[in-house]
Design a protein. Structure first.
Length: 117
């Protein structure tokens, strides 16, 4: 069974920074489009950022542009989400997603990010 393991979440003050990681031992990030999504209680899971199979084509939700950066380490088979200038609205569970084809994708278990005001 494919597993994506997120880490790096936590409690951070407004304006602070966090780096999330997503690693897998079962799939290659160079064969998947890798993305970050987030979800608040009672809300829908929404797109945050993605990076293409070749490591380019980084895309961001408008709400995080200029503050968040998605990157990857092919050797470690890990993707990252560097989050800066955090706001209370960034509080959510952050999920990693790997997409191989439109009908074949995987989700991680999520990591909680809480921004305290």
């Amino acid at each position: 069974q494919v597993q994506l393991v997120e880490s790096g979440g936590g409690l951070v003050p407004v304006g602070g920074s966090l780096r999330l990681s997503c690693a897998s031992s079962e799939l290659s990030i160079t064969e998947h489009t890798m993305s970050w999504f987030r979800q608040i209680p009672g809300g829908e899971r929404g797109f945050v950022a993605s990076i293409g199979r070749a490591g380019g084509n980084a895309m961001y939700a408008d709400a995080v542009k200029g503050r968040f950066t998605i990157s990857r380490d092919v050797v470690k088979n890990t993707i990252y989400l560097e989050m800066t200038a955090l706001k209370p609205d960034d509080t959510a569970v952050y999920y990693c997603r790997a997409v191989r084809t439109p009908s074949l994708s995987y989700w991680g278990q999520g990591t909680q990010v809480t921004v305290s005001s």
